[in-house]
Design a protein around this ligand. Structure first.
Ligand code: NAG
Ligand code: NAG
Ligand code: NAG
Ligand code: NAG
Ligand code: NAG
Ligand code: NAG
Ligand code: NAG
Ligand code: NAG
Length: 659
């Protein structure tokens, strides 16, 4: 199999700036002791096969620390906190780039260190956004000496080989200037989408023959919505009566991966029953890294059919963008960074933040590989719905932090970024594991383990600067006005459970906007379920923030009626509702809502959600009673349903009252 050590596709030489070491080389700084900068935790599926030969070239790239990042949360709150006098005063992309670019001092210090370590100055180059330093033609031996490390070849079950090390060190003096160094501690980790296609986690059901979906949820009733959810059920549950009229000035996008696409014939069959005016209407393709709407042999249509049928119906006549990331095919994989690269060129590989251990290398140097890279090619829509989730523990701290910062920057620019909270309660998202191992927690060493009892949070849900969407379901025989929803928690087959993701980050602290809500919940647990307090980081960022129905969506898939469940459906539902709020604000001459968390947790908005107080999500396989081992819902915010499900009519009233 191919060894992933291809040379970098760097920005063209004309753009690279040659480093001139500072004058007075005699004043060599005291570098200080080398300290371990990153260390590899365990990675299921990768075997440490052998040492990398000393003369193999290693494409050394150093991510310089951006400046002023500690001010990012404050700036974000200034535009997103409803109490702030500058609420809604979003920044331009250029202002964001300028505010956080690494300082000259970082570049100079790192370059001096490299030159001092014996790399000739002409081999040391800076990327044109000044965020990265690259060393041309370094060998394994040279880099091992520089970083006090040893490179190993890691092998995956499928034969794929990647280069990585267990840990590396850099001098204390320059460590504050460096985010991370590549390649180092991570062999690649594959993403697994929330909705699992391997048999039992996804219920590929058809409606019972005696049920006619078009008779469900009519005239504001919920009759039938407990067995089959159609758009009418969601409109009734979430008080969706608003018809948008600023569609030419508003934008809404759905990010898609894994060669998923949709069939227009499926959309039209669904629209004919539930939104006849949309028949013949398509999503607007925004191609990222070669994404198309065409079917290829690995294409799947179920998830995107489902998502677009609902997002387009709920937000009609708002055009909906399809941010479709191409299938790379030649030994490469997908990452959450690809859509971020497309909407922010300063984050991109050739100029920013990708990591080839998690992100595909583009342009792809392999034969037949995709020879382009979508960097800054798209403008971020006002709302981006992402039905993906991976495990927080699968990434390094620096990688997580850098991606989370990027989400905060999008919030600063007025973009609402929504991610699904996962479908396995408190116990991860299956990343890197086969479906049969879903629902496992992590041990004290951060490894997924059959008997582990520490909850396994989802990513990016656990980043405090996105909005994480959990799941609910309609109660049996529910009627409107009598708390019709509870936490999504379904026994699929023989003890396999699906339930709304929820939990606490092991790495990001509780942000201020949710402290009051989280403290109240921790007190509830201390009183009612104290043993659960041992299973998670009580000081972590908690999620979900909000929720919506995740159960039994009727939809049309490849010509047939089908039922699907998952926070994959809850997320575009919430995204559609936020899009309608944005329409009302834009119609009134106001800005889109951007990062919504500080607002939805505020006291003034408490009445604009249906508080979910019944049910719980699932715990770990290793804990007594998987089904009840997770978090219970209670009044107010909880880590099973967030602040609750939206009431659009009330949200519009409240959001129109803000500047
Ligand atoms: C770093 O990794 C090496 C193996 O390459 C190991 O022997 C050493 O103990 C590790 N050091 C730390 C601090 O983890
Ligand atoms: C219920 O809705 C259907 C379809 O919109 C309509 O034909 C019917 O008259 C309504 N029934 C009542 C009782 O309002
Ligand atoms: C859009 O609709 C809202 C509420 O229905 C209304 O207040 C507003 O005037 C409308 N704007 C335009 C441009 O028609
Ligand atoms: C965690 O790591 C420690 C130290 O390497 C080891 O002794 C222990 O057995 C590990 N625990 C598990 C559950 O693997
Ligand atoms: C889990 O615990 C059982 C019972 O103690 C034990 O037999 C099994 O080996 C453990 N599995 C793992 C992966 O530690
Ligand atoms: C729902 O209604 C059906 C039919 O009336 C009844 O058989 C069932 O017990 C009810 N379920 C609940 C949970 O009330
Ligand atoms: C649709 O169904 C047909 C017939 O079963 C099958 O051959 C085809 O591969 C399916 N297409 C997709 C995109 O799932
Ligand atoms: C739905 O929203 C409207 C405002 O558009 C509000 O007057 C009404 O009370 C809301 N309905 C419910 C059931 O909350």
């Amino acid at each position: 199999m191919h060894l992933h050590l291809s040379p970098l596709s760097w920005a063209s030489a004309a753009l690279a700036v040659l480093i001139t070491p500072a004058a007075g080389a005699a004043l060599v700084p005291r570098w200080g002791h080398a300290v371990v900068h990153e260390r590899r935790s365990t990675h299921p599926g990768w075997e440490d096969a052998r040492r990398l030969p000393a003369d193999v070239p290693v494409p050394l790239r150093i991510a310089l620390a951006q400046q002023n990042l500690h001010t990012l949360p404050g700036h974000l709150l200034a535009v997103a906190d409803p109490e702030s006098p500058t609420y809604g005063a979003h920044w331009s992309a250029a202002d964001v780039a300028a505010a956080f670019a690494p300082v000259d001092e970082a570049r100079v210090a790192v370059a001096e260190w490299l030159v001092h370590a014996g790399f000739a100055a002409e081999r040391v180059k800076v990327s044109y956004n000044k965020a990265w330093i690259e060393v041309a033609g370094a060998t394994a031996q040279e880099v091992e000496a520089l970083l006090e490390t040893e490179y190993r070849i890691f092998k995956r079950e499928d034969g794929e080989e990647h280069v990585a090390c267990h840990n590396y060190s850099i001098p204390a003096y320059i460590a504050p200037h460096i985010d991370f160094v590549l390649p180092t501690v991570q062999p690649n980790t594959r993403l697994v989408k929330v909705q699992n296609r391997d048999g039992f986690a996804r219920r590929q059901l058809s409606p019972a023959p005696n049920v006619n979906p078009t008779t469900i949820g009519l005239n504001g009733s919920l009759v039938g919505c407990d067995t089959l959810v159609v758009p009418g059920c969601l409109k009734t549950l979430y008080n969706v009566t608003y018809t948008p009229n600023a569609t030419d000035r508003n934008t809404f996008g759905i990010a898609s991966f894994y060669s998923n696409t949709y069939l227009q014939s499926d959309l039209d069959a669904f629209f004919a029953d539930f939104s006849p005016a949309l028949v013949g209407t398509s999503p607007i393709l925004v191609s990222i890294d070669g994404g198309t709407i065409a079917l290829d042999p690995s294409s799947s249509v179920g998830e995107d059919d489902w998502i677009f049928e609902y997002a387009m119906t709920l937000s009609a006549p708002q055009p909906v963008q399809f941010l479709n990331v191409g299938s790379q095919q030649t030994g490469q994989f997908f990452s959450l960074n690809e859509w971020l690269d497309a909407v922010d060129g300063s984050y991109c590989t050739s100029d920013g933040g990708d990591d080839f251990t998690f992100d595909p290398q583009l342009p792809n140097p392999l034969p037949g590989g995709f020879k382009d890279h979508s960097c800054g090619t798209a403008k971020a829509p006002n709302v981006v719905s992402n039905s993906q989730a991976v495990d927080e523990h699968a990434y390094t701290a620096f990688y997580r932090q850098r991606q989370c910062n990027e989400f905060a920057k999008l919030g600063l620019m007025g973009v609402t970024v929504l991610y699904s909270a996962g479908n396995t309660g408190t116990s991860g998202t299956n990343t890197g594991l086969s479906g049969t191992q879903s629902g496992y927690c992590i041990d004290e060493n951060g490894s997924v383990n059959l008997n582990a009892t520490n909850f396994n949070p989802a990513w990016p849900a656990s980043c405090p600067w996105i909005t994480a969407v959990g799941g609910t379901q309609v109660k049996a025989n529910a009627t409107i006005g009598h708390a019709p929803e509870e936490v999504w928690n379904q026994d699929l087959t023989m003890g396999f459970f699906e339930s709304g993701g929820g939990g606490f980050s092991n790495h990001f602290p509780t942000p201020d906007y949710q402290k009051t809500a989280v403290d109240a919940y921790l007190k509830f647990l201390a009183k009612n379920d104290p043993t659960t307090l041992r299973n998670f980081n009580t000081k972590g960022r908690a999620y979900p923030d909000i929720s919506a129905n995740a159960n039994s969506f009727f939809h049309t898939e490849n010509g047939s009626a089908a039922i699907d469940s998952g926070t994959s459906g809850a997320t575009p539902t919430v995204a559609s509702i936020i899009t309608l709020v944005n329409d009302a604000r834009i119609s009134a001459g106001k800005k889109p809502v951007g990062f919504i968390n500080p607002t939805i947790y505020s006291i003034g908005f408490a009445g604009a959600f249906n508080d979910i107080t019944d049910g719980s999500n699932t715990g770990c396989k290793g804990l007594q009673g998987v089904r009840d081992g997770g978090f219970k819902a209670t009044s107010g915010w909880d880590p099973a349903s967030g602040v609750g499900t939206p009431n659009l009519g009330k949200l519009i009233e409240k959001w129109l009252a803000l500047p």
